[in-house]
Design a protein around this ligand. Structure first.
Ligand SMILES: *Cc1c(COP(=O)(O)O)cnc(C)c1O
Length: 460
């Protein structure tokens, strides 16, 4: 599965954006000013930015041309109809409601259907869906297969839902109490792993048999469909578009952040079959996002999304996209660096506690790795571990650390070349050789929620 074929870029470069290398001394000073938190570093002090793949894609000449054709009419802009057609041709649902990004789609959907105490199952909730369920008084429930939490289980579909658990959960809770079941593809919070078509069909059957609506969190649907074509029995002869259509035919609707697989810098949407629910969602949309044919976006943004949704299904694009992530993963493995396996669709995840075994969990090895990687090479990655998720549940200083201590290297779409990836791999290999010099950190200042964004640290 770890295919190290060199991913030759299926595009050539027409516009360039300079990135600047800084000296180690400059970066050490930047780190100090930033409280040893890479979120606080100005982006122009970063050489290679692997913080996220969200909203960081490079648009194509075709998308930029579409931007010039933006119709900025308040209502009924022509770009809305292009966008509606693009979404319908892939997702197949009657209603298409634009929003300014993914979490706005989630907020509006959950505001309409989630009541206090209602559980919402998912394979693993992404942070924003979790927060939007909780803010309604609902209870997010993760029902991913057990292997999703095992970084060494080399299985093709670790994004799958545990269907038996789901069925049992619905019977035990009572289907009337469950407003909907969601499935995140690919599973961002579980290593960017795909779900299989077979699993999606089984989840759909369980939901239909109980009369519970089934929605996708579809941010990376094209990457998921590509993995299905590559890995699932009987799917090799299908196009990615055909597979995507089969996935969505199993569901009642979807939310999507267009900042991922619609290849744009801002945007999102909800699409669904149900007329009554769609009417209700549009009423909520008008209050915060705007009229239902623009939903918080400009006409030009809608055009860029319409074109991005078509481009993302190009199989040359997807082969390169998924190939870049696999390539970086394979280079790291070759240097002996421990990573989550198999490599997912949008990022490589380093097992930071194994990379830095001399740093105990309470000195945050994942965070230490992001600090060292920036200082040595100007690369920005993100910790997904103790700083982000550790909780002092007892309130008596006994901290519960998350199972996995990860550092995520997300690859922006169509942005970096093979030589950039080589640079990242070499920097990490060097850091790995000198790993015993990396120091742990302690927290000096933190906020009560989502502390990783603002936390200030010092090195021990
Ligand atoms: C990014 C993301 C979201 C939220 O989308 P935003 O556009 O950032 O609001 C929701 N779900 C998943 C799986 C995501 O990756």
């Amino acid at each position: 599965m770890s295919d190290a074929k060199m991913p030759v870029e299926p595009f050539r470069i027409k516009v360039v954006e300079p990135i600047r290398r800084t000296s180690r001394r400059e970066r050490a000073a930047v780190l100090k000013r930033s409280g040893f938190n890479v979120f606080n570093i100005p982006a122009d002090k970063i050489f290679i930015d692997l913080l996220t793949d969200s909203g960081t894609s490079a648009m194509s000449d075709n998308q930029w041309a579409g931007i010039m054709l933006g119709d900025e009419s308040y209502a009924g802009a022509r770009n809305y109809f292009h966008f509606e057609e693009a979404v319908r041709s892939i997702f197949g649902f009657a209603h298409v409601i634009p929003t300014h990004q993914g979490r706005a789609a989630e907020r509006i959907l959950f505001e309409a259907v989630v009541k206090k105490g209602d559980p919402v199952p998912n394979n693993i909730h992404f942070d924003t869906t979790r927060a939007n369920v909780e803010v309604r008084g609902g209870v997010p429930v993760d029902l991913a297969v057990e292997e999703a939490y095992d970084p060494r289980a080399e299985l093709p579909f670790k994004g799958n839902m545990d269907v038996k658990k789901l069925d049992r959960f619905i019977r035990r809770t009572g289907p009337k109490k469950i407003p909907l079941v969601m499935m995140t593809v690919t599973n961002n919070s579980g290593g960017g792993q795909p779900a299989s078509l077979q699993n999606i069909r089984q989840v759909s059957e369980v939901c239909r048999s109980h009369g519970v609506p089934f929605f996708f969190d579809a941010c990376r649907f094209a990457e998921n469909a590509y993995f299905i074509r590559e890995r699932e029995k009987g799917c090799a002869g299908k196009t990615v578009l055909e597979i995507a259509r089969e996935m969505f035919a199993c569901a009642d609707g979807a939310t999507m952040s267009a900042k991922k697989d619609a290849l744009v810098n801002i945007g999102g949407f909800i699409t669904l079959a149900d007329d009554d629910l769609a009417r209700c969602l549009k009423n909520l949309l008008i209050i915060s996002e705007g009229f239902p044919t623009y939903g918080g976006l400009a006409g030009r943004d809608l055009e860029a999304m319409a074109r991005g949704l078509q481009e993302v299904l190009d199989e040359n694009y997807l082969e390169h996209r998924v190939g870049q992530v696999a390539y970086l993963g394979a280079l790291l493995e070759k240097s002996g660096i421990p990573i989550y396996k198999p490599v997912g669709g949008h990022a490589v995840y380093i097992l930071a506690d194994e990379f830095l075994p001399h740093i105990p969990r309470h000195q945050y090895p994942g965070w230490a790795l992001t600090v060292a990687l920036y200082r040595e090479a100007g690369i920005r990655a993100v910790e997904i571990g103790g700083v982000m998720f550790a909780k002092d549940k007892s309130g008596r200083g006994k901290t519960a650390f998350p199972k996995l201590e990860l550092v995520r290297l997300s690859i922006p779409r169509r942005v970096y070349t093979v030589s950039h990836l080589n640079y990242v791999a070499e920097a990490l290999a060097e850091l790995y050789r000198d790993r015993d010099k990396v120091r742990g950190l302690r927290i000096v200042e933190q906020s009560p929620h989502l502390r990783h964004f603002t936390v200030r640290m010092e090195e021990i």
